[in-house]
Design a protein around this ligand. Structure first.
Ligand SMILES: [Mn+2]
Length: 324
């Protein structure tokens, strides 16, 4: 039996499942959670979706999103299976770990090459563009109905993790999946309008403050910018609003590695996002700081001030570029 069927058998055998994804959930995480929720509900399985933090405003149009809760609220009822989506490690589930009963089995579905296979059942496909693309294959392997709602959620998952089909993880297969999702009822113009063409003015103002900090090394081959807690205060925004900000330094001509340094609410930790346009393996750099991800997109958390984080992480990026 293929892993897709094995996982579906476990889900169907459960009465109630908990679906979760990595901290600071992104479009792939939330889209995948909501798509799998619909599949499970149609099979008569009860579902709770619980994450470490809130869903970013951008994704609050997705069908079923109103049912998503945060771990601080606890579980509504005990569950007999946990499905972790799009999370490379158990640590990245953060506070959700506190509500998982120790005896409950964990299914781990993910596309990060850094995945630690922390589940009792693991399906990790580093070749897939996104967890959403894996769930499409999952639905097909198990002959599941692709409702317009499921198609919409999977479309959102894939378009965000491929950077609107621009990143190197975009394969011919990705476009075939997308074509089938449109046939199943996903509406591309509507979904991309909600995600990309309704920017709030305060987020744009945050972007203005952040771009003012743009800085470079190695003649522009490394580009980075900062988002500080003070900028968030000034613009009445929060970390949920900065998900695609790392694209700004990375999209500058000549930049081979783009970084975003985020000060998350004065806890003495800096969240660093890394993107690579060339041959630098940013997953390896992130791993040196206890993080990870993909070869061209990764993240980590560094203790200390912004200046200390710059110094530590940029030194590793310079080293990686000079050793090429
Ligand atoms: Mn993903």
């Amino acid at each position: 039996m293929g892993i897709e069927k094995e996982i579906w058998a476990e889900i169907k055998a459960a009465k109630r499942i908990l679906i979760t994804a990595h901290e600071r959930v992104d479009g792939d995480g939330i889209g995948s959670e909501l798509a799998l929720r619909q599949m499970a509900l149609e099979a008569g399985v009860e579902v709770e979706i619980v994450n470490d933090g809130e869903v970013p405003a951008t994704y609050r149009f997705l069908p079923g999103v109103e049912t998503v809760r945060v771990a601080a609220g606890g579980l509504e009822k005990p569950v007999d299976l946990v499905v972790s989506l799009d999370s490379a490690t158990r640590q990245r589930l953060r506070s959700v770990n506190d509500i998982i009963q120790p005896e409950v089995r964990i299914v781990n579905i993910d596309h990060h090459i850094s995945n630690t296979n922390f589940g009792d059942l693991n399906w990790v496909d580093g070749e897939a563009s996104s967890t959403g693309e894996m769930l499409f294959a999952f639905a097909r392997a198990n002959d599941l109905n692709l409702s317009p709602e499921i198609a919409t959620c999977l479309y959102a998952a894939i378009i965000t993790d491929t950077g609107r089909f621009c990143y190197s993880n975009t394969q011919p297969k990705t476009h075939r999946v997308i074509a089938e999702l449109i046939e199943a009822g996903a509406r591309p113009s509507e979904i991309s309008r909600r995600i990309y063409r309704e920017e709030r003015l305060n987020v744009l103002n945050l972007k203005r403050l952040a771009t003012a900090t743009l800085d470079f090394r190695l003649n522009g081959a490394i580009a980075w910018m900062d988002v500080t807690a003070d900028m968030h205060r000034q613009t009445e925004t929060d970390y949920l609003d900065t998900q695609d900000f790392v694209d700004i330094p990375k999209s500058i001509k000549g930049a081979k590695v783009g970084l975003l340094f985020r000060e998350i609410a004065g806890d003495g930790r800096i969240r660093v996002s890394l993107r690579s346009e060339g041959h630098v393996d940013v997953n390896r750099i992130a791993e040196k700081f206890g993080g990870g991800g993909h070869i061209r997109a990764a993240g980590c958390t560094v203790e200390g001030t912004l200046a200390e984080a710059h110094e530590k992480v940029l030194a590793e990026v310079v080293k990686a570029m000079e050793s090429q």
